[in-house]
Design a protein around this ligand. Sequence first.
Ligand code: COA
Ligand code: AMP
Length: 633
Amino acid sequence: MPSSYADLYRRSLEDPKGFWADAAGAVHWDKPWEKVLDDSNPPFYRWFVGAECNTCYNALDRHVAGGRADQLALIYDSPITGTLRKYTYRELRDTVATFAGVLKDRGVGKGDRVIIYMPMIPEAAIAMLATARLGAIHSVVFGGFAARELAIRIEDAAPKAIVSASCGLEPGRVVAYKPLLDQAIEISSHKPDGCIILQREMEPAMLTESRDVDWEKAMASAHPADCMPVAATDPLYILYTSGTTGQPKGIVRDNGGHMVALHWSMKNIYGVNPGETYWTASDVGWVVGHSYIVYAPLLHGNTTILFEGKPVGTPDAGVFWRVIAEHDVKVLFTAPTAFRAIKQQDPNGDLVRNYDLSSLRHLFLAGERADPDTIRWAEQQLNVPVIDHWWQTETGWSICANPIGVERLPVKPGSPTVPMPGWDLQVLNDNQKEASQGEIGALVVKLPMPPSSLPNLWNAKQRFLDAYMSDYPGYYKTGDAGFIDEDGYVYVMTRTDDVINVAGHRLSTGGMEEVLADHPDVAECAVIGVADDMKGQVPLGFLVLNAGTARSADDVISEVVSMVRERIGPVAAFKSAVVVKRLPKTRSGKILRGTMQKIADDQDWSMPATIDDPAILDEIAMALHSAGYAKES
Ligand code: COA
Ligand code: AMP
């Protein structure tokens, strides 16, 4: 293993096949590969072609057989319900095998899809691993999405079974999942053969006869199922993520490459050893939760924590410190917004002092840009290095990070540090030429990308080509813009598309616009992301009402706010809109969202040369000012 980052990175680009074949030695293969990388059909690259493996076997059975049977695999810590439950590797393996038996009894086999719509309870991870055990494909849907979003995913993934729970818990309210599930199945033209519902005592659900079974009852009569080897290139999961329209993209993750990259990352990026406790405070509904609550820690033989709570309010801003101290956490990984929420409630870190945090070695942040203020506050309070790293649902692990297990590079606040092995990251300008040092351009990755990166989109090959591969031939377009400095440090500044990042959640403004446009009194609309002290960004709508409408602006605004919550879900955090007479557009009719955002955020902006009618921007600035934005206008 090279001892410096530079050597490691160089080798990964000069000899990717050798590099990843070495890393693959850490994983159990039922059948070895014939080719490490099949690059015969660009831009469709496949890793470990010909190999067979099972991800659940590698995450659980391998450790049970290898001496970790009695080590804790998963700790469920739920301050919101006051529950603490622990599973050893043997207990988790046995429970997962039994639940795989439940799925098998309901006809689920290799290649079938299983949708998992669950709150942050261990059964969510158990259902994921059980699906993987059978060689089936899971698709987890985040609990904060509404029935219509769930329906879109059911329609696209066509699952044989859906696994859900009667309810989830948000501070101060119970979220009844079952009515949302029923509504989603009704909307979707695809119907699952059956649903398995975990009843939670806070709000049990009425089961639908002949379609639903109770989790506990089904477990009581099921027989454990064995691991089914699949091709390394077979999908492990589909995870839907926001694109530029209301139709989400079904990111496909394969089995073999995913295991290899994730296993490699645990020691080399996060610096943890097998047996240590690793905690990602996120949700299994996001990629961060897939990779670093469930798969990577278990593949690597760590103890993972599944936390059902919030950084604040469950019960207070000291809960993260309580969990670290109580479970001997070595590494915490979360989104910057969680730290902004904690800092807002406990600016002097008084609660930090109540706990012994000596176990903690590093804090990792991702999901959105980590602002230097938050990084510095976290460093001062926790007295550990704070590492920003950058990645996407599409990649499954970090494109840029600080590889502390190899060599800890100096931290530069504002930068997620440097590209990880296999990521040939470049900045291209509008002319598709390499940008000069420090110049902002599109962040792109020269193909092929390393293992774990998406091989395709589910059922949408042409969209895969159009969205990622066409604008810069030979490169993957990340959709982010940024620059690289004189030391090779990467800075990720903004998205280049209509995706915004709200509290670390990726959302499509295009999807919200589709909802607003459906309101009968709305003639035209636009949604932008505006800066927010806690959530990083929040959506803001602009509405042009139909001429002659008798409805008041306030009524229409409150109706569109309800519509977005109803159709996309509370997670969209769409709470504000302004009514304007016209939208600013270019002469070719493109709405000038970027300029509107700069005005709202009081950033410097210049009059776009292509604007149709410059006077409209004054009207927009005034409307924003009256609504409490654009304070300096
Ligand atoms: N099920 C149902 N509703 C959910 C939900 C879920 N799983 N997750 C969030 N929601 C709801 C919230 O209750 C809230 O509803 P409200 O409008 O009625 O208040 C809404 O969706 C917005 O949620 P969120 O943006 O998370 O804001 P919040 O005010 O509830 O919490 C933070 C703010 C900072 C505490 C929270 O966003 C957080 O913990 N962020 C960490 C970021 C993270 O985990 N990112 C994942 C990628 S790493
Ligand atoms: P998601 O697919 O939900 O993980 O969101 C991915 C997007 O979040 C990226 O394309 C970035 O826009 C943003 N993002 C994630 N991590 C970072 C980071 N460390 N710095 C800046 N932006 C980030």
